[in-house]
Design a protein around this ligand. Structure first.
Ligand SMILES: [Zn+2]
Length: 481
């Protein structure tokens, strides 16, 4: 996961980052502000870095303009090839697992940007440097920012982390070097996330999210893949990912719809059996009345209709035992016991007895677990698209601050949609999402000519999504240094 350490090669990161952080005065389009001001960026005094581990003066601003070569893409046989300029320390991981971008380095320390966009010096001996990587994955939200929450309590930040962590493991098995912007549950601003990606300078950056809100039901997945504007590579990955996730969802949707259909079939069969039972009870009661064994005005007592947990009302069930029985009246006879005759001497009609069944087959109770109809949620804005501000820059902070790194922010599914939340509560489905993400990344690195699909050209016209990720809302994680 981490590149080889070579402390002597880190010269250019500070300069590159100064430019990026200067833009943090408008990180997210949500009137946010960075904790990092111009003075701090000049490394005058390191203020704003509470708990700094060293008061050593900062590095001399470097004028080095060396630009590391881009990471070459591979082939289907070998998607992840050797990383150029892999040794430079571009980020550090602290003893508590927090990954921070390196702004500069000194003889015995690194200057880092913290999770909440403060500048801090950390001793080299206290942290592990991270070099270049093929991929940076960004599990959205974390810590006090939970993201979207589903009706059954599913929390977006946890699903995001699970998907990104598993996708990273799958990619590493295939030879990729992957860095996660967070691997535990803590806050990170969108500015630090984007800057971390820019510092690592991977070939691909993917921010993993699941959507919220109360969208209407949709014919298909409402997945949105926000690509960087004017970035062909971002768009190419967006299309590949859209197709991979779509294929995964197709099979899952088919499974869910079959399960629902089987449940409805079983429910229909049960209702038919109960209706048949009702008819049998009525026929038996009519026979008892005809035989004089039951008064004509006797009724059976219907049982109260039970109601299933999912809201289905089961048919009424009748009491299977007749409430009243009477001995059959004796057949008419003459006083001498012989069959009677009519006044004209003709024999009385032979009394008949209607057959009454001894037992009625009571249908078994309906105990199938309810399976709701599977419904996707979405809006008119699903698909692969960019989202651009009036000034022409990407709307989403995390993309804007990752510089020229090809990248996307994916809203996989709606956590707030009960059907989709049920999927997300299933670890097997979370694995399917991770597999789709890893598969699309492999496609991307394999130099495939397939561009994928799902592209949407029209203007994104949804309401601004949620804010969050701001320095003012950020709680610094314990760095353990
Ligand atoms: Zn999110």
């Amino acid at each position: 996961m981490f590149g080889t350490v070579n402390h002597s090669l880190v010269l250019v990161v500070a300069t590159a980052v100064v430019v990026a952080v200067s833009a943090c005065t408008d990180l997210d389009g949500f009137d946010e502000r960075s904790n990092v001001g111009p003075d701090q960026l000049a490394f005058d005094d390191g203020s704003g870095s509470a708990g700094s581990t060293t008061t050593t003066a900062g590095p001399e601003p470097s004028n080095t303009t060396t630009v590391p070569p881009p990471i070459p893409l591979g082939s289907p046989d070998e998607p992840f090839v050797d990383l150029p300029d892999a040794a430079a320390a571009r980020a550090v991981i602290t003893p508590t697992g927090v990954v921070l971008p390196v702004l500069g380095e000194q003889a015995d320390s690194f200057t880092v940007l913290t999770a909440c966009e403060n500048i801090r010096y950390v001793n080299r001996s206290a942290v592990e440097p991270i070099g270049r990587a093929h991929v940076v994955l960004d599990p959205g939200h974390g810590g006090t920012e939970v993201g979207a929450v589903g009706p059954a309590g599913t929390v977006e930040k946890e699903v995001n982390l699970a998907v990104a962590t598993e996708a990273a493991a799958r990619l590493e098995q295939l030879g990729a070097t992957v860095v996660l912007t967070r691997s535990t549950d803590h806050n990170v601003t969108t500015g630090t996330r984007g800057l971390l990606a820019k510092s690592i300078d991977p070939a691909l950056f993917v921010s993993v999210h699941h959507n919220g809100g109360a969208p209407r039901s949709n014919d298909g997945p409402g997945t949105i893949v926000f690509t960087k504007d004017d970035s062909g590579e971002s768009t190419r990955f967006g299309g590949l990912f859209h197709d991979r996730l779509g294929a995964a969802l197709e099979s899952v949707t088919e499974r869910e719809r079959k399960a629902h259909a089987a449940y409805i079939t079983a429910l229909d069969a049960h209702q038919a059996a109960v209706a048949e039972y009702d008819r049998s009870v009525q026929a038996r009661d009519a026979a008892l009345v005809a035989n004089g064994q039951l008064p004509a005005d006797a009724t059976t007592i219907p049982a109260p209709p039970p109601q299933a947990a999912d809201g289905f009302r089961y048919p009424s069930e009748r009491n299977p035992s007749p409430t009243t029985t009477s001995p059959p009246p004796p057949p008419p006879t003459d006083p001498d016991g012989s069959p009677g005759t009519n006044p004209d001497g003709s024999p009385l009609p032979t009394p008949t007895t209607v057959a009454v069944p001894d037992t009625l087959p009571v249908p078994p109770p309906f105990d199938s677990i309810p399976v709701r109809e599977f419904l996707f949620a979405g809006g008119p804005n699903g698909g692969v698209r960019s989202w651009v501000r009036a000034d022409g820059k990407d709307y989403l902070s995390v993309l804007r601050h990752s510089g020229d790194v090809p990248g996307v922010l994916t809203e996989f599914l709606y956590v707030t949609n009960p059907s989709e939340e049920q999927l997300l509560m299933d670890p097997a489905f979370v694995s399917a999402e991770a597999e789709a993400l890893a598969g699309a990344i492999v496609d991307y690195f394999s130099s495939t000519t397939n561009t994928g699909g799902g592209f949407v050209d029209d203007q994104f016209d949804d309401q601004p999504i949620g804010g969050g990720g701001l320095p003012s809302q950020c709680v610094e994680p314990d760095l353990g240094v």
